[in-house]
Design a protein around this ligand. Sequence first.
Ligand code: ARG
Length: 575
Amino acid sequence: MTDPQIVLTERVQQALARAFGSEHADADPLIRPSQFADFQANVAMSLAKRLRRAPREVAEAIRAELSDFPGTVEVSGPGFLNITLDDAWIAAESGQMLADPRLGAGTITPSQTVVIDYSAPNAAKEMHVGHLRTTIVGDSLARLHEHLGNTVIRQNHLGDWGTPFGMLIEHLLDIGEEAAVAQLEAGQGTEFYQAARAKFDGDEDFKTRARARVSTLQSGDPATMRLWHLFMDATVRYFNKVYDLLGVTLTDADLAGESMYNPMLQKTCDDLEDAGTAEMSEGALCVFPPGFTGSDDKPLPLIIRKSDGGYGYATTDMAAIRYRVHDLKADRILYVVGSEQTLHFRMVFAAARLAGWLPDTVTAEHVQIGMMLGKDGRRFKTRSGESVKLTDLLNEAIDRATAAIADRGYDEAMQKEIAHAVGIGAVKYADLSVSHDSDYVLDFDRMLAFTGNTAPYLQYAQARIRSIFRRGGVDPATATGPIVLGEPAERALALQLLGFGTVLEQATALSEPHRLCAFLYATASAFTDFFEQCPVLKEGVEAGTRASRLALCALALRVMETGLDLLGVPVPERM
Ligand code: ARG
């Protein structure tokens, strides 16, 4: 383990145990970055209270036990321990990190099977901005878990079933199969839906046909099922276009739409009823998980069969959670879904625990996704008030990126590649860099800026490192050091890089990719300082210094590349 913060935590804990007894070995030493040293440990203050001793005295006692420490420890102020690591230690640790193919990131042991439910657009409508974020955050989590050695099972819980399909299929027949498929493939699902809806509301004959079609669909009538497949296949082809454009890792093998659970729904209800977990209430079959009450203080039902006998969203989710635990053998299930569904998932998880379908050994977590807002602070919409088509939004980002780099003199192919990476990267990074549960304002100017915590800034930093190697005619793989630290900026960069493994583990454990973003931003900033203050290729740079700085560049490049890849942000060769 190379992360200094972890090393320090262990060392200070050992010192605590030696100074005050083993009962203090697990105390949090409260290690924080410091303005006055590399880190400070604040544990003396809290411990002093418990021991009823003077904080400075406690701090001195800890310091005395840190005599073999690879750095200096000073007591300051009321009892802070200011810790500065030896350059030689930082250099040796970064040398080890450079030699480590995993860059200091461990693997999770024992490895887990993690089911990640993400993206999940609804087939009856266009894939909209709300699904952009669940797709992007979910995909980053999938990449992180795989990187740390977990088995990931992606589940794209498509909304591909329900009563609207009656009118959708009738509308498909009205306009003709070929025209319908073309429209759906082109991403005009919303228009298709709206046209069907208008007829349903205004045309009694159509309404009757649509209702009859729901029954034939539900009965599994082969001719109707063929039309449903036609509709779904065309729709999924459009979703795949969006996934391709975004560069997300979802494939058709990950499709696990609501319809997949149809054959299980009756048994889901029967088993819950037979076990006494569900009961009839006002004609509907309901689970009343303990601890959920409505505004009137009455127990809140999770309705799993409506009074008309129909199944709903909750029924499917009950079947799905059972399948994920029992068949997919999940240890951990992540639901990357909008935060407005919080109550739904809390109730589903509670009902599944009640039913014994979700044992204590398995965790189910709702990774709440906040809303994307327009500049007016309301849910993001077009001027005419409709929700925004995703491909339009992505293409706008690419167009703006094209304009931003137009004067850089790249040939056309290169320009296209960079604009794609920058535009898509900017949108994805903007989604990832704020905590997933907060709402955020979609602002092209900000996300495409070349300064600040943005994709272009990070992409530019890594491209700059590559250009050092290109200009020097050096293959980064051969830049093995040794690393020797002199200048403050190179020391700061090395110290920063050492935290990579820990941040990956934290981002994965907490489902918080924004931690990785913050880390990469700090890394890019540290590299920028280094780049400005520490010449690498310049004439007169001594051979040993050059080798060391090239090695630091190589390490920074691998950290940036690996980190951006785990976020799913494309990494252009040049910029
Ligand atoms: N299709 C749903 C929506 O757009 C999201 C599905 C999330 N996953 C689930 N298992 N319920 O709101």
